[in-house]
Design a protein around this ligand. Structure first.
Ligand code: ADP
Length: 599
């Protein structure tokens, strides 16, 4: 712990003395000695600043990736209060954004600055907000949008004036002066730069090497543009000296480039040439990722040309062109990626919107369906009520009239009456079945009650006993000794079982037998009705539960039926969460069974 704190504070001291390599080494040692993720973040942050000052922007980006992981870790463990964590993140973002800009990735830099601004607002820190606003202005300036940059910078400056941090005020004044130079407001620029220099002179001039250097070359340029050439030259030389002293390569290159332009205009080609060659060498040493290097070659070419050194000019132009293509390609690649990313984001947004609309439409449709279904159910109920009344009454009256006629007419004609009554009975049965099925299908709530299934079966069987005896069929119930109690709608289950027993009796020859069994298997009970005659052809097995389906065999046609009994039974069983089925051998018999869940 002590080692970490000690190393970190020594690193910070080295950094403030502009000894960036030493600062870096110490910060790396501190990171190695850190025992907590948040300590590692602190050490990384200092490394990032040191690397940034050394112009090693790609190293800054690598460090940032580590910090991201560490930040997530800190957030997850909650080892540090949220406010402190956000403050840490803000500090890191500050260096990151600066490096991203100098690395040439302006859109990422802009994004980082906006995130920094948001964090600054969140933790209510003006310094952070001012830093972010200043950063945004600098990015716009890098894009050549100077006029757009100015208001951001003015706002940043206002924050700093509130805070009273002289060094920061000077930095922003100097930046603002630079912007005014770009929009050709040279007098304003000169004023601002002078203000900056005066204020800085009152405090420690060496506080911020970059600012001190920058103020000088901005002053120099302003002097040069207002025709004060000797002052300009002196200021440029001072800028270079300071940049060299503080070893801030990027600022030094900036100063060189501007000074070279000045020297060229002044006809001092030799000095311009030396400076540009050195600037190119320094840029190259900083890495291939220095986007401004081609600009230095252009200046070099112009100087060489002015000096009459055509081969050197040609070579410099070629290099300028080559680098420009490379850098523009890299830039346009980056831009392409940005456009692509934006396009993907927009597409995703569109897709999300589309799905949202679809979901809403589906929901609306469901509501409409529901309302339609409700209306349909209502209509069906009304129809059922009317149909039962309007159909059943006239049929009952026909049946009654036929019965009365039997007393009045010659018995020779009774045969006709019999036919009428048979047909009326059949129609009555058909209408009864249709209405019953319709009622079941409207999905009326079941009247579920605990019921003794064994009792229920015994009762159903007893109801068919007379009919069985009349047909000389042995009808038996084979039930387990322990009664089975189950939660069902007893009336409906009786109805289903009645249908199966009635069918079994209908399709069994006299002398045959019909057995009704019940057995528990696992979580359910199975009830079977086993008969001993006609059987069902294989091709019909799958269809007999369909409504109105009847097997058209020689014997069946003789047997009356509506083709609805099994459909009704299946509906009832399925409404109870059970299953119905059949196994059959033609000419030998069928076993109809249904299962019901016990729970
Ligand atoms: P139906 O009123 O015609 O009996 P169902 O829906 O009850 O109507 O039965 C449909 C058809 O299934 C019957 O017409 C008959 O062909 C066949 N079927 C039903 N039960 C049996 C059985 N136990 N043995 C043979 N065939 C049967």
């Amino acid at each position: 712990m002590t080692t970490f704190t000690d190393l970190l504070s020594r690193a910070a001291q080295a950094y403030s003395r502009a000894e960036y390599s030493t600062a870096l080494e110490l910060a790396q040692a501190a990171a190695a000695a850190a025992t907590q993720p948040f300590q590692q973040i602190e050490a990384c942050e200092l490394q990032m600043r040191a690397q940034h000052a050394r112009g090693m922007y790609d190293q800054v980006l690598t460090l940032w990736r580590n910090v991201q992981v560490l930040l997530a870790e800190v957030e997850q463990t909650g080892a540090v209060p949220p406010g402190e964590r956000l403050r840490m993140e803000e500090r890191v973002l500050n260096t990151l954004a600066a490096s991203q800009r100098l690395y040439g990735d302006l859109s990422s830099a802009l994004e980082t600055r906006h995130r920094q601004l948001a964090l600054g607002q969140q933790i209510d820190e003006r310094a952070a907000q001012s830093e972010a606003l200043n950063g945004i202005a600098v990015i716009y300036a890098s894009l050549g949008e100077f006029a757009r940059a100015i208001p951001y910078l003015e706002q940043a400056l206002a924050f700093q004036r509130d805070l009273g941090d002289v060094r920061q005020i000077c930095r922003m004044l100097s930046n603002l002066a630079d912007l005014h130079l770009h929009v050709d407001q040279v007098e304003t620029a000169l004023n601002l730069a002078r203000q900056a220099w005066e204020q800085l002179s009152q405090v420690d001039q060496h506080g911020d090497p970059q600012v001190t250097t920058q103020i000088h070359y901005i002053l120099a340029e302003a002097y040069s543009r207002t025709g004060q050439f000797s002052q300009a030259r002196a200021a440029f030389e001072e800028a270079l000296r300071l940049a060299e002293l503080y070893r801030t390569p990027r600022t030094w290159i900036d100063a060189c480039s501007r000074y070279a332009d000045f020297l060229l205009r002044q006809g001092q080609h030799g000095r311009a040439l030396t400076l540009l060659r050195r600037a190119i060498a320094v840029s190259a040493a900083m890495g291939a990722s220095t986007p401004w290097i081609y600009e230095l070659y252009r200046q070099l070419a112009v100087v060489c040309e002015a000096m009459g050194d055509c081969p050197a000019a040609l070579e410099a132009y070629r290099e300028y062109q080559r680098l420009q293509v490379v850098i523009f390609n890299t830039e346009s690649d980056a831009r392409l990626r940005q456009v692509e990313a934006r396009f993907r984001a927009e597409a995703a947004e569109r897709e999300a919107k589309f799905f949202r609309q679809q979901a809403e439409a589906a929901q609306k449709q469901r509501e409409l369906d529901l309302r339609y279904f409700e209306r349909l159910t209502q209509l069906k109920d009304e129809l059922l009520a009317t149909a039962s009344h309007d159909l059943k009454n006239p049929i009952a009256s026909i049946r009654m009239t036929a019965d009365l006629l039997r007393w009045m007419i010659d018995p020779r004609f009774h045969d006709y009456l019999d036919r009428i009554t048979r047909q009326v009975d059949w129609i009555n049965q058909l209408i009864g079945s249709i209405l019953e099925l319709a009622k079941l299908e409207t999905g009326r709530a079941l009247n579920i009650e605990p019921t003794s299934l064994t009792q229920l079966i015994k009762h159903c069987v007893s109801m068919f006993q007379t009919q069985a005896e009349a047909r000389e069929i042995t009808l038996t119930a084979e039930l387990p000794d322990t009664p089975i109690t189950i939660r069902i709608d007893a009336l409906l289950i009786s109805r289903a079982l009645d249908n199966l027993i009635s069918n079994a009796l209908k399709y069994t020859l006299p002398g045959g037998s019909v057995r009704v069994t019940a057995a528990i298997s696992g979580e359910q009970v199975q009830v079977s009705v086993i008969d001993t005659w006609i059987g069902i052809p294989e091709e019909a097995i799958d269809r007999i539960f369909e409504r109105f389906y009847r097997v058209m065999g020689d014997q069946d046609t003789e047997i009356e039926g509506t083709g609805l009994g099994l459909t009704i039974a299946r509906t009832i069983i399925e409404q109870h969460g059970g299953q119905i089925g059949v196994s059959s051998a033609l000419g030998q018999g069928s076993t109809f069974y249904f299962t019901l869940p016990l729970a």
